[in-house]
Ligand binder design. Structure first.
Ligand SMILES: [Zn+2]
Length: 485
């Protein structure tokens, strides 16, 4: 019988590839057959025919990367081609982190930092997750998005100008009911930003009560930007572990770090606390591969940094890219006065030790999340560079871990932790979210000086079976989905 008669037909074949399937398993040679939005076959695909065949030339095909820590809530509408992310091989972003989600939000109740990280107050125009999701489905982005519900967003709605207090039982009821509605409408979990002004006054019990709502929804999880990432980071880890245990929900520690020179080396303690807890409860963490952080410009972060760069300032756009100490010298004022004059502003804080970073990045349960801040004049390079940087600097150059291990932390582990079904793996039946890259040349190009630069070595990126990045450019395709449990 002629092979042609028995061949199965699909839309796209990627042949002659080195498959790193996202589970952490050893790479193997073979191909991937894609039919509509799904993976139809993996490995030996000699029995498949397609209109379009891509010869991978031995390059690596991996599951599209999942950026499990983002603030892309608004970016997916403002820049739907999402070049900063798809150029790195990212095919799904988890938004709504650090307690601030674009939805649900009630305007006119206050707009404290760090809300400006996501946009102006007028951008917060979604009263509920259903409205946000409908907008995303009407005008999809190039990549998939899953949304967490921010505790500070709920707090602003329920408590308005009383953010410096603990929630009353009426406040708690209001927040719990909004959270319940958000989860029912497709949010995948709950996030806090306990180190930020709108949530600092929230006692642990407030978080426990709200996190308990998650138990009503399969797969829902709690992600936390902890109360402290500096001198009291170990206390913050303990609080987080206890909150997860008391609420009996899975927890992710966001952008884990030990900030400030006097805390360098303390990841030994935090990671051992985390490892201890992981024996009894579901606990993971995300981390970005840089020793500088970035968020709103606030005096307390300056104090625990070696150096500070301004990423953008509404009243002083010319300050973007400059060192804060130089601005203070030029203006002849105090640091606090400069901060006040620059606000609302964003900054990059050099405040971590690379040994801590490497220990955290390679620790059990650690996933890669960029924490990239879109919409800033001179963003932290993590926005464009995170995933290729892990592959270049920590896999190829420093051999911190194997490629398979790194890819797992960028795809399969994140999908499993965040409950993103049928994503994060190259397996028959899974969504065809794929990245084709050259493991010898893949490298971040974004720097602190020139941060908005696509990485090298990312050859092609598929989202739900459609090519969104090829030959160094976005293709214009917008196949992204609103991903929910
Ligand atoms: Zn954060």
């Amino acid at each position: 019988m002629d092979a042609r008669d028995t061949a199965q037909i699909c839309d796209v074949i990627i042949e002659n590839a080195c498959i790193v399937d996202g589970t952490g398993a050893t790479r193997f040679a073979g191909g991937v057959a894609v039919e509509r939005d799904r993976i139809a076959a993996v490995g030996d695909i000699s029995g498949w025919k397609a209109d379009e065949t891509i010869d991978a030339g031995g390059l690596v095909i991996a599951p599209g990367f999942i950026d499990c820590h983002t603030h892309d809530d608004r970016a997916v509408f403002a820049t739907p081609d999402m070049a900063a992310k798809v150029s790195q091989g990212v095919t799904t972003v988890v938004a709504g982190n650090c307690g601030i989600s674009l939805a649900p939000f009630t305007q006119g109740n206050g707009f404290p930092p760090p809300f400006p990280l996501l946009g102006d107050e007028s951008d917060f125009r979604f009263a509920d997750v259903a409205a946000y999701r409908a907008q995303f489905e009407r005008t999809p982005a190039a990549l998939n998005l899953a949304l967490l519900t921010g505790h500070s967003s709920l707090r602003v709605a329920a408590m308005g100008d009383r953010l410096d207090e603990a929630a009353s039982s009426a406040d708690l009821d209001a927040m719990a009911s909004s959270l319940r509605q958000a989860l029912a409408e497709g949010a995948i979990g709950f996030s806090t930003g306990l180190g930020y002004p709108p949530a600092r006054a929230a006692p642990q019990q407030e978080i426990v009560e709200l996190a308990r709502v998650l138990r009503e929804f399969d797969g829902a999880l709690y992600a936390t930007h902890m109360r402290d990432e500096g001198d009291h980071v170990l206390d913050a880890v303990r609080e987080t572990v206890e909150t997860g245990r008391e609420a009996d929900v899975p927890v992710v520690i966001s952008h884990h770090k030990c900030a400030g020179p006097k805390n360098y080396g303390r990841s030994r303690d935090t990671l051992s606390e985390i490892a201890k807890a992981r024996k009894h409860q579901r606990l993971g963490l995300d981390v970005y591969p840089y020793t500088a952080s970035s968020t709103v410009l606030l005096p307390e972060y300056i104090r625990e940094s070696e150096d500070v760069l301004i990423t953008g300032s509404a009243p002083h756009p010319e300050a973007a890219g400059r060192r804060l100490v130089d601005i203070v010298a030029e203006w002849g004022c105090t640091m606090d006065e400069a901060v006040e004059r620059l606000y609302p502003a964003g900054a990059i804080y050099f405040q971590m030790d690379e040994e801590d970073l490497k220990r955290i990045l390679s620790s059990p349960g650690a996933m890669v999340g960029s924490d990239g801040l879109p919409g800033q004049e001179r963003p932290h390079p993590r926005l464009w560079g995170t995933f290729p940087r892990v592959l270049a600097r920590y896999v190829r150059e420093q051999k911190l871990f194997e490629l398979e291990n790194a890819v797992h932390r960028m795809s399969g582990l994140s999908a499993q932790t965040f409950g993103l079904q049928e994503r994060g793996r190259i397996a028959r039946g899974c969504y065809a979210d794929l990245v084709l890259f050259d493991p010898e040349t893949v490298e971040d190009a974004a720097t602190f000086d020139v941060p908005a630069q696509p990485a090298r070595g990312i050859e092609a990126v598929f989202v739900n079976g459609s090519i969104v990045w090829q030959s160094g450019k976005t293709t214009g395709a917008r196949p992204g989905r609103f991903v929910h449990h």
